[in-house]
Design a protein around this ligand. Structure first.
Ligand code: KG4
Ligand code: ZN
Length: 396
């Protein structure tokens, strides 16, 4: 290992990101070009538009990451100084992933440097680990339970690594959503209520103004059917026997829709949608936004969030207890949620379990987490081959 510098590249969804990270812990730069406003008009990510934006952004974003890294280091850092380039190989949108992968392959081929392939979900987990390393805190005790909760994913992993060095991390998937991801439920419910995109920050900001016990949403038992022979079901549960810690978030979305319909909330929702569409300066934290919501709406929002967070909390701690986890890390876009942070922290404290969340900037998609996850692989010389491709359904 030379400089310990890894350039990370991430383009799996709607952020084009590049970062330079030293020894898996110190982010010298972390540049994210978000396409959020582009996709906001459609209420979700449009794959074709995403690929085109990544193509437009990848070169300037990498250049910016290199120049900010130089500024942070106080001396010029060039491509020649890198020990490796790490790129997200999946899961994600095929066309979007290919932009980052093709760029990273060309760069490493031209520089004769190693290429490291990183699973996006492993990246989210290392977003937290890199910060604990950086703060010189004690390493998270193993095995650790990771809750990765975002717009595309809701997973629980039991993770550990080899003794005597932080290489060869292994991850056992012990829970996943059988339908929508938690962030997807936030986005769909926010859209249904005439709020902005992405929905998480809107619901997060409005929920404290409502009564979380106004509408009692419940989560039923998840029925697991054994997959048929020879059939691979992407959304199949993790296991069909023994305890499982899977999630389901499509039911609560339907329950919110039913509530809206039976309580004649349509007109007020359309009025709010029109005001927000006409004034793009309104953000989730604008005072004016609260005034756009009547008490019934605020109560519905608070109840939705209370139920979703409660469900994430129950499954996470049930898994931690059953599997003997000795610490918990939470990551992904929904890890930015203030109620989730507060309630998970409180229960972890009660149980005397260390728990860690990423800083807000590292909760959502970024490339520093990809470079950080690549560090143990660089130590183990676990490099990708020249024919690395995009794997949209890549499992961890
Ligand atoms: O990790 P991320 O940036 O992208 C994916 O890999 O999906 O996560 C984005 C998701 C969106 O669904 C967004 O609504 C949600 O994270 N999110 C939040 C909050 N901030 C972002 N959900 C709840 N509360 C928040 N404060
Ligand atoms: Zn993500």
């Amino acid at each position: 290992i030379g400089t310990g510098l890894i350039l990370g590249i991430e383009s799996s969804c709607d952020e084009t990101a590049a970062a330079v990270v030293r020894v898996g812990s110190e982010a010298l730069s972390n540049v994210v070009a978000s396409q959020m406003s582009l996709h906001a008009n459609y209420g979700g990510v449009v794959p074709e538009l995403a690929s085109r934006e990544h193509l437009r952004n990848i070169v300037p974003v990498v250049r910016e990451a290199m120049s900010r890294a130089s500024a942070a280091a106080g001396h010029p850092i060039t491509f020649a100084d890198l020990d490796a380039v790490a790129v997200t190989a999946g899961p994600g949108l095929a066309g979007a992933l290919l932009v980052g992968i093709t760029y990273a392959k060309a760069l490493t081929f031209g520089l004769d440097k190693p290429l490291i392939s990183v699973n996006h979900l492993e990246g989210h987990i290392h977003a937290v680990l890199m910060e604990t390393r950086q703060l010189n805190e004690l390493p998270m005790e193993l095995p650790l339970l990771a809750l990765v909760v975002s717009g595309g994913h809701t997973h629980l992993y039991l993770a550990t690594h080899e003794q005597g060095g932080e290489t060869n991390w292994t991850y056992r998937n012990v829970g996943r959503t059988v339908d929508d991801a938690a962030g997807e439920a936030y986005d769909k419910v926010a859209k249904l209520l005439g709020l902005g995109y992405p929905g998480g920050p809107w619901i997060d900001a409005l929920a404290p103004h409502g009564n979380p016990r106004a509408v009692p949403f419940t989560f039923g038992e998840i029925k697991h059917r054994a997959p048929r022979e020879g059939v691979t079901n992407k959304k199949a549960p993790t296991n069909t026997e023994g305890p499982h810690f899977d999630f389901s978030f499509s039911g609560i979305k339907t329950a919110v829709l039913r509530y809206v319909e039976t309580h004649n909330m349509r007109d007020s929702i359309e009025a709010r949608r029109a005001v927000l569409a006409a004034d793009p300066t309104l953000t989730p934290k604008s005072e004016a936004v609260i005034k756009l919501c009547d008490q019934q709406t605020l109560d519905l929002i608070a109840s939705f969030q209370y139920a979703v967070v409660g469900n994430l909390q129950r499954q996470t701690f049930a898994a931690a207890e059953a599997l003997g986890a000795r610490s918990i890390v939470v990551s992904g876009g929904v890890a930015a949620n203030s109620e989730l942070r507060r309630r998970l922290q409180a229960e972890a404290d009660r149980r005397n379990l260390p728990i860690a969340f990423p800083s807000l900037a590292l909760s959502t998609d970024n490339a520093a987490m990809i470079a950080a996850a690549a560090w143990p692989k660089l130590l183990a010389r676990d490099f990708a081959s020249e024919d690395l491709g995009a794997t949209p359904q890549l499992r961890l």
